[in-house]
Ligand binder design. Structure first.
Ligand code: ADP
Ligand code: MG
Length: 449
């Protein structure tokens, strides 16, 4: 349900972005088959269709619209029938198996996602402490506990950690973990089946738990009475002194479709963010992962990976296993810098060759529908000044070029003007969620292809 709904929204957007022929012949034949771990998989009916939509111009537009409707970090992959069947994604299936509820309703949790395996650093110590305290004293400390932060920063890991802890220490409690998507599907199924009984089943299930964890609540839809149902579930549990934990990729304030009454319910407990890990934490996480998985990796490789990768820890783990995979192909016992260079070759290249001021200018123009002449020109109306300052901020932030050089790009402006724009947006990014989201949207578009 969720997947199809979101995809329909993407199609509505795409219809205005490509020619009617491209849309009808190719794009409209795609079927979304899976959305997991920030990857949306689209199935094409034939190899030709797949190749058509994979063309740079078209693929970029699809990605752009997908990111507007899913998350700014979503990767898109187009596959065609056979390939997908051969390529059954083992890892996801495994996780799904783990998450499948056993008959007595209790959720099973991924055994790797424990508090012991969670590396604590400046960026996540508060959130981790809050989760630990809720695990140790459910319904007594922070209720509801709402945690939020970017993709791959450990939210799902922490939810499972709470689940694992409770299953071990409080087997008497009914602990239910669901994604927002699962909650939605369950609810929609219960209405679709129509009978009163299934509706009761749904309510029984959700209102008989002692601890309810909902992951990725940012996908809560304002259609079909989902928020209404969630509101009732929430109230019911809350009044009966049951623990509620919610995870999201953004704060309640930044969830535009969220009804006010839910927003205010969330604020009645603790809202805590999880931030991007600093360098030391990244190094510690890589080391932990190595010892957990039995990877043997040279010390300088750890530093190299921490330096080269961004803040998405899932991505960092992916790179690490790629490095180890390369070294194992060569029959080595230890992964060395050579393997790391090989594994990170593409990663580094996209960063270096693709990103320059020109590309940032173009992307910003695209985003705000302004012309490049206007962007670097002298116009002073708000519609131009804002994108211009944002663009200056991004160039300064993402490229290593001096302020005077940025001034030159913008029609010979003085470096103090550039500095002013940079600081203005820099401050806004800190205090204004709208600007922060905007900056992240544009950045992720720039970095991903
Ligand atoms: P999110 O739900 O925030 O997108 P996840 O919880 O799925 O992120 O985390 C992505 C990966 O990074 C997981 O494999 C998780 O174990 C790992 N990870 C994230 N933060 C930490 C941490 N502080 N210590 C160890 N592993 C971490
Ligand atoms: Mg998650």
């Amino acid at each position: 349900m969720f997947l199809l709904d979101q995809w329909k929204k993407v199609l509505n957007k795409l219809e205005n972005e490509v020619t009617a022929v491209t849309f009808d012949l190719w794009i409209n034949t795609l079927t979304p088959i899976q959305y997991a771990n920030d990857e949306l998989i689209l199935m094409a009916p034939s190899v030709t269709a797949k190749n058509q939509v994979n063309q740079p111009g078209i693929f970029e537009k699809i990605t752009k619209c997908v990111r507007q409707e899913f998350t700014p970090y979503t990767f898109v992959r187009v596959t065609e029938n056979q390939e997908y069947e051969q390529n059954i994604r083992k890892q996801d299936e495994e996780l799904e198996k783990i998450m499948k509820e056993s008959p007595n309703l209790k959720s099973k949790f991924n055994k790797k996602y424990t508090f012991e395996n969670f590396v604590v650093g400046k960026s996540n110590q508060v959130v981790c402490a809050a989760m630990q305290s809720v695990a140790e004293h459910p319904s007594q400390k922070f209720n509801p506990l709402f945690i939020y932060g970017g993709v791959g920063l450990g939210k799902t890991h922490l939810l499972h950690a709470v689940g694992n802890y409770l299953n071990e220490h409080r087997p008497d409690l009914n602990v239910l973990y669901v994604t927002c998507e699962k909650f939605t599907n369950d609810y929609v199924d219960s209405i679709r089946n129509g009978k009163e009984k299934s509706n009761l089943d749904f309510r029984d299930k959700y209102r008989s738990v002692d601890v309810l964890m909902i992951d990725d609540i940012q996908f809560i839809s304002n259609k079909m009475g989902i928020q209404e149902e969630f509101f009732h579930t929430f109230n019911d549990l809350y009044q009966n002194n049951k623990q509620i934990i919610i995870a999201s990729d953004r704060s309640p304030k930044e969830m535009s479709a969220l009804e006010e009454r839910l927003r205010s319910r969330f604020s009645s407990g603790l809202i805590q963010d999880i931030q991007e890990p600093d360098y030391e934490t990244k190094v510690a996480i890589i080391k932990k992962k190595c010892s957990q998985e039995g990877y043997l990796v040279d010390e300088d490789v750890v530093d190299f990976i921490a330096q080269k990768t961004g803040t998405n820890i899932r991505e960092m783990e992916g790179i690490l296993s790629k490095v180890v995979f390369y070294s194992s192909l060569l029959g080595k016992t230890h992964a060395t810098m050579e393997d790391a260079h090989e594994a990170l070759k593409d990663y580094g290249e996209t960063e270096k060759t693709n990103l320059d001021a020109e590309k940032i200018l173009n992307t910003v123009c695209d985003f705000f529908k302004v012309t490049k002449e206007d962007l670097i020109g002298k116009k002073k109306n708000k519609e131009i000044v804002e994108p211009r300052q944002l663009c200056i901020y991004l160039i300064n932030d993402m490229l290593n070029i001096p302020l005077t050089a940025i001034g030159t790009i913008f029609g010979g402006r003085d470096h103090t003007t550039i500095m002013h724009a940079r600081d203005k947006i820099g401050n806004q990014v800190k205090v204004n969620p709208h600007i922060r989201t905007l900056v992240n949207d544009i950045k992720s578009q720039l970095l991903k292809y």
